[in-house]
Design a protein around this ligand. Structure first.
Ligand SMILES: [Zn+2]
Length: 179
């Protein structure tokens, strides 16, 4: 069994090396592996396969809400509600070239349960798009960064049919080349 505390990327790379023919499916599965919670950093996984574009966000609650405990004040409760509405909608996470004609297909988002833990809390969301013209998808912009607070580093794990790589974006940098 995989030790869930190990960095997922190592397993991703090993699995890709060991299982090249099924690399894409394997890579996608490995993206679900646990990733260490680290303040200052969020993780964005981008997976482009054919017309399917998937974005996965994993962010410590402190960068989503500005705090990382069960909401207490009215202001904090309304912040949590607003974030839930945003992530349930799946909108405003990415900007893409208009000609790529990408449309939102589905959203996987479950609001974190603050009551169940006194430990750190992560926000996780996954959004699927269908892009009718993926050939012009030269880049995506992480519009989600505009809604987050105090992010110093964005670790982007990019997987397309032709490349797998990890990029590090600093502070407000948001454009990710897909080639
Ligand atoms: Zn934390």
């Amino acid at each position: 069994m995989i030790n869930a505390k190990q960095p997922w990327l190592i397993y991703l790379l090993i699995s890709l090396a060991l299982a090249a023919p099924e690399s894409f499916a394997a890579a996608e599965e490995k993206l679900d592996e646990h990733v260490a919670h680290e303040h200052g950093r969020i993780i964005v996984n981008l997976i482009l396969e054919g017309q399917s574009l998937v974005v996965e966000l994993e962010a410590p609650a402190v960068h989503v809400l500005g705090f990382e405990h069960a909401p207490r004040s009215v202001t904090q409760k309304s912040k949590v509600a607003a974030i839930n509405l945003w992530l349930e909608s799946g909108k405003g996470l990415l900007n893409v070239p208009r000609d790529a004609n990408c449309q939102l297909q589905s959203v996987n988002y479950t609001a974190p349960n603050f009551d169940r833990t006194t430990d750190h809390v992560d926000y996780k969301a996954r959004v699927n798009y269908r892009c009718r013209n993926p050939l012009v998808l030269a880049w995506v912009e992480l519009a989600l960064l505009q809604r987050l607070i105090g992010v110093e580093i964005t670790t982007v794990n990019l997987i397309t049919s032709t490349l797998q790589k990890q990029l590090t974006l600093k502070e407000r940098a948001s454009r990710v080349p897909l080639r």
